[in-house]
Design a protein. Sequence first.
Lengths: 185, 59
Amino acid sequence: MQYSQLIKARKSIRGYLQKPVPRDVIDAIIEVAKWAPSSMNTQPWHVHVVTGAPLDRIRKGNTDNMVAGVPPKRDFPMKESYEGLHRRRQIDVAVQLFDAMEIARDDKARRTDWVMRGFRQFDAPVSLVLTYDKYLEPAAISQFDLGAFSHAIVLAALGTRSGLRHQRTGHHAVACGARACLHSR
Amino acid sequence: MQSHVVREHACIPDDQNIMICIAMGYPDDSFVANSVKSVREDNASFVRYVGFDETEKTA
């Protein structure tokens, strides 16, 4: 697929097949994505690829904390809420999603369930936890680099659709979710 | 995200900060929200060009 097609074809995936992703497929995706640019070629990223029991424990821990009313926690300061145009766009895409799922505005139970899905990382079989070294704080440039790396990961995953491996195994393309943190608020 | 939960179960070293978790897997095409495609603004709403007119004049 052409890059322009690939970048436009990418969309956030919020429902996954319960089918494991082989380690060599993930490794091939990262092998491509690591060619993302970074400040002074620092390549400040680490990737922790999590699946199986540890990922299930993360889902449970996130869920338990949310049910107990523990506010979401990040390792760096982040704006609590969007305003103006940003807020409008946030709402617009939420409306698109709720319309698709046929979740009514006043259906609190299903709305809550939807939010909790995000905290379960959409029940995806794999989670890539991206980190950077703490000493880099204040780390805006490194965070920017991890953003470029993230985009490269999701495009590389989508690009596996046309790969030989895909044709041979009949796999669907590997796809990536909305980044879980964006749905954690 | 509850970063302390991710840190504990994914055994993230104390000297690293967690930026993001990316969910990965094969898409369930029967899950209707997967058909949702977000929209983008027109370039004109967020792009401005500087110096181009001058280039055109001197060209």
